[in-house]
Every structure is written in structure tokens, then in C-alpha cells.
Design a protein around this ligand. Structure first.
Ligand SMILES: Nc1ncnc2c1ncn2[C@@H]1O[C@H](COP(=O)(O)OP(=O)(O)OP(=O)(O)O)[C@@H](O)[C@H]1O
Length: 243
């Protein structure tokens, strides 16, 4: 279980201080949680704070009751938090097979690696020995990153807009990846997304707008409010309702 207590994050913008997150209190104890909301609301900032990529100005983060606020990204990774970057890190000479094996932190047979790649819609034999470099397209890199997180199978897996840069056909297979992950992964999956089909898979939806949590609920509670309007309009409605 992940608990955020009074998380605030301020930045200096043109010598003026700007509060990007304002006293966020949030408990994540469902299996599959989606965070959504208007552009610039603070979703990615919150995900980076959970992963330890940035440090909150104030507040505390607890993982299964342990205060992890002061832990680095590596220490948090050891505790079981994975964060899917927009693209995997490039290392010269590192192949797709190497990356997946490193992520799993155990020996994997070729057929196991192929299964992981097939799950994200990549034809395994074409990719397994490819070097991770700029010869791979943005969508391919994204899928390799998702495959890596799947292989790692940690306590908390965070995906920031996994649909970004993925074509429509691949998006359909991506939905299946997340549906499968929901069934097969034991830990918590936290996804930032604007996509209704991803939100549909979620057990709980958290709406973040203007640096605060403006609504939390099951998809049955939140989806009817989200449908039929754009996200920004919906958020305004929800904020008004919350006030
Ligand atoms: N280091 C920074 N310095 C200045 N402003 C920042 C910094 N980091 C984030 N911001 C601003 O904070 C706000 C929230 O950014 P964030 O990326 O968390 O939004 P988001 O909800 O993920 O948006 P999107 O849906 O567009 O991805 C934005 O207005 C962004 O420009």
C-alpha cells in the first residue's frame, strides 16, 4: 500500500515560487489505479515524486507503512517501485534480450523473453537481438519499456501515459497488455492516462487538477462524469462539485 501525506511541490519559476502540487493526500491500495486530469494538473510530477525522481518540498510517502520519503530512486526500486520512462535508457551494445533479463534480475530462457515481447505486440525474433538505440522507433522503444516493467513484476509499477506516441493498432494491443497485467501481476499498477479505454480497466480513478486531488472513485462513479465531455470540462465540473 502506498500512502502520500500532505505532498507539496514548489518550483522557482522566473524567480517566483509556484506550487505544482498542493497538500496531496492519497492512499493507493487498489490493484489497478489510473490517474487522469487536465494537462499541466500535476500527474507526472506526482508519479516522479512516488518513484523518487524528484523530491517533494514537503510531505511524506509511505510504502507498506515504511517512510520512503528520503530514499533515492535506486533504493525505492529495491523496495519494489518501478517507473516506466517515456523511453528506455540507451546503453551502447545492450540488446533487447539483455535489457529484459536485467529487469527480471534472473536468468530467462529465450522462450520466456519471447513471451514477454509478444505480450507487448513485438514479433520476438525480430527484436530479441536488436541493440537499444535510435534505430528503434518511438513506439517500439515504448513497448520495450513496458515489456521491461512487466518482466520486473514489482510491488508498484508506474506508467506515465503509456499510450503516448503509439499508433491506433498498437494501442489496441496495449489495452490487452494492461488487461493481462491486471489479471497476472500481483502488485499495484499505477497508470497516468487520458485514454477512456485504459481508465475502463482501472479499479479506481484519481482525478488530479490544478495540483490537487479533485475526485477519487471507482470507474462506475467517475466514468459517467468523464464521458461525453472533454477532460478539462469534466474536471471543472468535478472541482465545482467537490467545492
Ligand atoms: N521543474 C519545473 N519547473 C517549472 N514548472 C514545472 C516543473 N515541473 C513541472 N512544471 C509545471 O508543473 C505543471 C504540472 O506538470 P506535470 O507534468 O506534472 O503535469 P501533467 O498533469 O502530467 O500534464 P500532462 O497531462 O500534460 O502530461 C505544468 O504546468 C508544468 O509546466
Amino acid at each position: 500500500m502506498l500512502e502520500l501525506r500532505n505532498i507539496s511541490y514548489e518550483v522557482e519559476d522566473d524567480k517566483e515560487s509556484r506550487e505544482i502540487l498542493k497538500n496531496v493526500n492519497l492512499t493507493i491500495d487498489d490493484h489497478f489505479v489510473a490517474i487522469t486530469g487536465p494537462n499541466g494538473g500535476g500527474k507526472s510530477t506526482l508519479a516522479k515524486i512516488i518513484a523518487g525522481i524528484i523530491t517533494p518540498t514537503s510531505g511524506q510517502i509511505f510504502l507498506d507503512g515504511e517512510d520512503i520519503t528520503g530514499l533515492s530512486i535506486t533504493e525505492r526500486a529495491r523496495k519494489g517501485i518501478s517507473y516506466a520512462f517515456q523511453q528506455p535508457v540507451h546503453f551502447k551494445g545492450l540488446t533487447v534480450k539483455d535489457l529484459i533479463t536485467l529487469a527480471a534480475n534472473r536468468d530467462m530462457s529465450i522462450s520466456e523473453i519471447c513471451d514477454v515481447l509478444s505480450e507487448v505486440g513485438l514479433c520476438a525474433k525480430e527484436y530479441i537481438d536488436r541493440e537499444i538505440n535510435n534505430s528503434l522507433s518511438g513506439g517500439e522503444l515504448k513497448r520495450i519499456e513496458i515489456a521491461m516493467i512487466t518482466a520486473r513484476g514489482t510491488k508498484l509499477s508506474i506508467f506515465d501515459e503509456p499510450e503516448a506516441g503509439i499508433d491506433l493498432w498498437s494501442f489496441n494491443s496495449l489495452i490487452h497488455v494492461f488487461e493481462k497485467m491486471r489479471k497476472e501481476i500481483n502488485g499495484t499498477i499505477l497508470i497516468i492516462s487520458h485514454q477512456e479505454r485504459i481508465l475502463n480497466v482501472a479499479d479506481k480513478i484519481v482525478l488530479i487538477a490544478d495540483g490537487t486531488v479533485s475526485a477519487i472513485g471507482s470507474k462506475e462513479e467517475i466514468m459517467p462524469k468523464l464521458l461525453g465531455t472533454n477532460t478539462e470540462g469534466t474536471c471543472k465540473t468535478l472541482i465545482e462539485k467537490a467545492e
